[in-house]
Structure formats: structure tokens, C-alpha cells
Design a protein around this ligand. Structure first.
Ligand code: GCU
Length: 429
């Protein structure tokens, strides 16, 4: 009896906390959506930090100096002040291919269900990676590695993928409910593979002061939460993409030299940071990554750093909070995050009605990285004018489009991503 009472009381408390959290969040949502500027004439005057000027004031004029001297400086700024430092590859990490279906999707593909463990024990967080490769091809295939908002069963309607029971209070999952966002059929038809995992495998997406998910596994001594320069949730999700890459490098059906990372929205920010921090990713596809992704923060158009840090305090490291409403004082801006991908190709996808993500800011994030690509003799976006709707600029190493419709990844986006991969991975014009 006593136990039941304690349980009911504890459950009530938990619910109370969740409710209080939801209320706090919706008040902040309202505040920041009311405060958001969508008037181009109110964008403040700003000067972007020059990616090619080193801390000692000297100018970088060649790719070697960029790579040896300036790139590490830029990387360290993003790592220390924004995303936070992540640990390396865990020593005890191991993989288990739990199941292989060589005849998935009516024989069109092979599906592998892989579990990636980070510790010797198997009860700690792990990645459940779902890997599809097309059948009837010769040799290993180039891949898209996507970080997903939902369970792997939502990516495809493959009846072989188990649909889990919803967690208490959670949304019921339907097989294939996110199909449109993943376009697995199109990917396979074009001779590419698709690997996905759900981001919450690494760290649940709410602010609990880093008590659940992957972070506590790395606390040392009496540490209770990451230090101000240590990884937030976005860096943790991106770290997971690198761990998935550790597996892909071992899979003989995968051409691991040609893996493109993709994510949308908060997971677009994640994919861009994964590409910046792990040079094994040969291409980056940013879906509506917006503020703190590829959009220039100094524009303060749509979402701002403060709006982000208040509503999602767990996404970035503690140090990043000092730039709330002080974007002009940050020693970097998001064009330099794009520059960290150079000379690898990046595709920046914006959407027409997604003003919150600041489409022009995303375009300018790509533009601002051009001088770094130029050090390699590579063309970036290649023009100063924003394109028309559904008219991609995609013949350089920095591609950009603004697609008709909402904040999402849709069929049109994938058509462009595949063409972009064909161009850079297969030399197809
Ligand atoms: C919020 C947030 C964005 C983010 C988006 C998403 O809108 O403000 O920065 O990109 O969520 O991930 O869906």
C-alpha cells in the first residue's frame, strides 16, 4: 500500500515537472515568436569575422595554411564556445549486426539492423543503426547517413522492421510515417544506401541537466554535468554520427569514402557539426538548419541565439549562453562553420515559408564560406543573388536552394541531394 502511494506521488511529481516544463517552454515560444524580426530593413549593420584572418592578424592565402593553422583556430572556437568538446571514440565500443534481411523490400535491398555499444556492458545508451543497401549492384555503395527524429520503423514501410510499443504518454508509431522525409525508394533506385538512427538513442531531447543519455558515462570524479566547454546535446548527437561512421567503415557493402551526412532542423545543425568535426564525412546536407546551423547569427532575423538558448538550454555548451543577445561580440559566425567543411561539398536547403530559419541568412552562411573554398580553387554558390523558388544553385561545392513549401525535407530536396551526390561522388553532370 505504502509502495503504491509512493509510486503515485512520484508519478504525480514527474507529471507535474513535465507539465511545468511544457508551460515554461510554451511561454518562451510565445515570447520569442513575438519578438522575432522578419523585416529585412531592421536587420542590424554588421561585419562578419573574416575566416581568413588568423588570430595573430596574418592573412591566410593558401589551403595548406588554412588546414594547418587557421582551420584549427576556427574549429576550436566553435568547439569551446558553441557545441562543446566531445570525447573520442570509446575504447570499449563494439558493434553487433543483430539481423540481416538480404531480401528486404521485395528483394530490392539488404537491410542490416546493427547495434553500436559504447561500453562493454549492453545496458548503457546504444545506437540502433538501420542500414539499407541496394541489391544487384557491384561493389560497395555510397551512402547517406541520416539522423532521424523518430524510430527507424518510421523511415520505411518495410514490413520486416518491428514497430515498438509507444512509451507511456508517447505518440503511437506507424511504420513508414516519415517516408516522405527519407525517400528510401529513390535513394535505392539511384544506387545509394541509407543508414539511419534515432537521435534520442544518444541523448533524449529535453533539458534534464544532462542526467540521462550519453553524458553521464563521461563524467569524471565528482562531476555532475558537462563543464561549460563540454558537449551539449547537439555535439552528442553529432558524436553519434561519427560512431555510426565507425561501423560503416567496417561494412564491406558500404563505400565509406563516400558517405554524406544529412539532418533536418535541429538535426541539420547536428549534421553540419558532424561534418565539421569529422573529416571522414565526404559531404554534408543541411536541411533547414537555420539559426546556429548555417544561418548568419548577426542578422538576428527569425530565431536568435537567445531564443535558442532559452528554449533549448541543452543543445549547446554552457559557454554559448554568453552570446545571448550579443551576437556581434561572438568571435565567429556561422559562415565559418560552413568553411570548416571545405573542401568537401555542402548542400544548404532552405524552404520558402521557413522564415524562422532565416533563408537569406542560410544563403549568406554559404556565401561567407566561399573564400575558404576558393583557396582550393573551388567554386562555392557562385552568385550573390538569392535564387528563385525551386531553382537550385548546385554546380559548385556549396549548393543552395529555397524550395516551395514548409520547414521539412521533401521529395524535391532529395532529388537535389541525389544529383549533388551524383556530381561529386560519381562525376555525373
Ligand atoms: C525549433 C527551433 C529550431 C529548430 C527546430 C527543429 O523551431 O527553434 O532552431 O531547428 O525547432 O528542430 O524542429
Amino acid at each position: 500500500m505504502k509502495r503504491v502511494a509512493i509510486f503515485v506521488f512520484a508519478a504525480g511529481l514527474a507529471l507535474g515537472c513535465a507539465e511545468a516544463r511544457a508551460q515554461k517552454l510554451s511561454a518562451a515560444d510565445k515570447k520569442y515568436s513575438e519578438l522575432a524580426n522578419y523585416d529585412e530593413s531592421k536587420v542590424p549593420q554588421y561585419t562578419l569575422p573574416d575566416p581568413l584572418v588568423s588570430r595573430d592578424g596574418t592573412r591566410v592565402t593558401d589551403a595548406r595554411t588554412w588546414e594547418r593553422k587557421r582551420r584549427p583556430e576556427v574549429f576550436a572556437m566553435f568547439e569551446t564556445y558553441m557545441f562543446g568538446k566531445a570525447p573520442g571514440r570509446p575504447k570499449a565500443m563494439h558493434f553487433e549486426v543483430k539481423h540481416i534481411d538480404p531480401n528486404a523490400l521485395d528483394g530490392r535491398a539488404t537491410r542490416k539492423d546493427v547495434e553500436i555499444y559504447f561500453t562493454a556492458g549492453e545496458s548503457d545508451p546504444s545506437i540502433k543503426l538501420q542500414v539499407y543497401t541496394p541489391n544487384g549492384v557491384t561493389g560497395p555503395v555510397p551512402m547517406f547517413l541520416g539522423i532521424s527524429f523518430m524510430h527507424n520503423c518510421t523511415v520505411t514501410d518495410d514490413p520486416g522492421v518491428a514497430v515498438p510499443e509507444p512509451v507511456a504518454g508517447g505518440r503511437a508509431l506507424k511504420r513508414g510515417m516519415m517516408k516522405e522525409a527519407w525517400q528510401l525508394d529513390m535513394i535505392l533506385e539511384n544506387g545509394y544506401g541509407l543508414a539511419t538512427y534515432c537521435y534520442t538513442d544518444i541523448d533524449p531531447d529535453f533539458d534534464d541537466d544532462f542526467q540521462n543519455g550519453i553524458h553521464p558515462l563521461y563524467y569524471t570524479g565528482s562531476q555532475q554535468r558537462p563543464d561549460p566547454d563540454q558537449w551539449g546535446s547537439i555535439a552528442a548527437w553529432a558524436w553519434g554520427m561519427s560512431r555510426a561512421m565507425d561501423y560503416l567503415e567496417k561494412d564491406k557493402d558500404v563505400d565509406s569514402k563516400h558517405v554524406a551526412v544529412i539532418g533536418h532542423s535541429r538535426l541539420g545543425k547536428t549534421a553540419v557539426w558532424a561534418g565539421a568535426s569529422d573529416p571522414r564525412f565526404a559531404m554534408v546536407l543541411s536541411g533547414n538548419s537555420g539559426c546556429c546551423g548555417v544561418a548568419i547569427s548577426r542578422r538576428m532575423y527569425g530565431e536568435t541565439i537567445e531564443a535558442m538558448n532559452v528554449r533549448f538550454p541543452h543543445w549547446f555548451c554552457g559557454n554559448y549562453k554568453q552570446f545571448n543577445n550579443r551576437e556581434m561580440l561572438a568571435p565567429f559566425d556561422q559562415h565559418e562553420l560552413v568553411a570548416l567543411i571545405a573542401p568537401r561539398p555542402i548542400y544548404i536547403a532552405s524552404a520558402e515559408t521557413d522564415n524562422w530559419s532565416d533563408q537569406k541568412g542560410e544563403f549568406l552562411g554559404g556565401k561567407g564560406a566561399e573564400p575558404v573554398y576558393a583557396l582550393y580553387g573551388l567554386k562555392g554558390i557562385g552568385t550573390d543573388t538569392m535564387p528563385g523558388i525551386d531553382e537550385p544553385y548546385a554546380d559548385g561545392h556549396i549548393a543552395y536552394h529555397i524550395r516551395k513549401g514548409p520547414h521539412a525535407v521533401l521529395r524535391f530536396d532529395w532529388e537535389q541531394f541525389i544529383k549533388f551526390a551524383d556530381l561529386h561522388f560519381r562525376g555525373k553532370k
